[in-house]
Write a protein that binds this ligand. Structure first.
Ligand code: HEC
Length: 361
């Protein structure tokens, strides 16, 4: 390590390449020995260390575009362990100014030459109900517990897997527990499989738009109220907007279209989430995102009214790498309050593209 640092200092003192940007010049001197001139990483024999499984190849857009600039800047400033990475990645916060580190991050971005990949900054904090537009690699476990009216618990195990630049598969397995009379009754609900596709994304504008189609199979027991008793199709759009202040909103609107409308009504809905992310340590540390969701649902039957709910909540990053997060909120009906429960809702999510569940703490 000492030898390597000496080499880096020597390299830093030698001449500069005029054709490179400032970030490029620093990279060549201070980073290329390990990360390679092309950003792909240097062979073990030269770099002298075993590459961790999370070692980045900066030319791989599929691996790097989901990472946010502030995460890169944090690792460069404080070193690998700051985000639960290997200590082989040194800290440069004393050697380089914040401006130089920004230039470096900018230079790292130039290794991915396809600008059509949606950028990770547009991966806004996940709300409890509103689906976000960004395609994810994620496992989520959610729970909604009735805090009023008949006791009931609804869990969802959600698997989200990204395919290529703009697509994502989603599988949602609900587990429901109801307490209609004397006893609890539990079981699997209606399993949903969905496909999301990003149609537009722009980091400079802070916007991303995606659509999703899905189908729910009647796997839940209809007689016990665990399922709709009919196959149902769903279609919705998602539009998310991030502002430079880390304020954001997320919109989702769509319809649920059961095949047998005698069993379940057709339904349209519109969700809106407003939130703000605060992160400690100059934006590098633990991120807290207070959000509030406005949820509107309406069954397409005669004389139906729109059900409105409010869902204030707080999401927080749990792991240093910020790939494990939790969220807790309260869903409060605003209309028809006598018949609909107040629910405590929470989830845990693990962004598995960022590392194993046990890594990054
Ligand atoms: C001594 C070798 C070494 C040097 C020098 C080095 N790095 Fe690293 N860097 C690593 C290793 C190893 C990792 C991977 C750590 C892990 O995955 O656990 C890493 C990880 C990173 C990451 C995190 C990527 C991610 O997936 O989040 C960034 C960003 C980074 N380096 C940028 C730089 C920059 C910029 C420089 C130059 C200023 C630099 N590194 C210099 C070895 C080095």
């Amino acid at each position: 390590m000492t030898v390597l640092c000496g080499f880096l200092l020597l390299a830093k003192a030698s001449g500069s390449e005029p054709q490179l940007s400032e970030g490029g010049q620093i990279y060549t001197k201070a980073c290329a020995a390990c990360h390679g001139p092309d950003g792909k990483g240097t062979a073990k024999a030269i770099a002298g260390f075993d590459q961790p499984n999370t070692f980045p190849d900066f030319s791989r857009c599929d691996q790097t575009t989901s990472e946010v600039n502030s995460a890169y800047a944090a690792v460069i400033t404080y070193g690998g362990p700051y985000r639960g990475f290997s200590q082989i990645m040194p800290s440069f916060g004393k050697a380089l100014t914040p401006k130089e580190i920004n230039e470096l991050v900018h230079y790292l971005r130039s290794f991915c030459t396809n600008s059509h990949w949606p950028r990770g900054e547009l991966n806004l904090p996940r709300a409890v109900q509103t689906e976000k537009a960004y395609p994810e690699d994620e496992e989520v476990i959610t729970a909604a517990v009735n805090a009023r009216n008949a006791p009931g618990v609804e869990n969802h195990i959600i698997h989200e897997q990204r395919f290529g630049m703009k697509n994502q598969l989603e599988v949602d397995v609900p587990l429901m527990f109801t307490h209609p009379e004397q006893n609890w009754y539990g079981g699997i609900g209606d399993v949903t499989i969905g496909w999301k596709r990003v149609l537009y994304s722009s980091l400079p504008k802070g916007s991303i738009f995606a659509v999703q189609g899905e189908v729910s199979a009647p796997t839940g027991n209809y007689n016990h109220g665990l399922g709709a008793g009919t196959t149902s199709f769903g279609v919705f759009g998602m539009y998310d907007q991030l502002f430079p202040t880390n304020t954001f909103f997320q919109l989702q609107g769509g319809a649920a279209l059961p095949v047998d409308t005698t069993k379940a009504p057709q339904n349209v809905y519109g969700y809106a989430t407003f939130g703000q992310t605060f992160a400690g340590d100059h934006g590098f540390g633990r991120a807290w995102s207070p959000m509030v969701e406005f949820l509107a649902n309406r069954d397409l039957v005669n004389s139906a009214k729109t059900d409105w709910d409010l869902l204030p909540q707080m999401q927080v990053t749990l792991s240093k790498r910020q790939h494990v997060r939790g969220d807790i909120g309260v869903r409060v009906p605003v209309t028809d309050t006598a018949h609909r429960p107040i629910q405590i809702e929470f989830y845990l999510l693990w962004d598995w593209a960022d590392g194993k569940l046990t890594e990054g703490w």
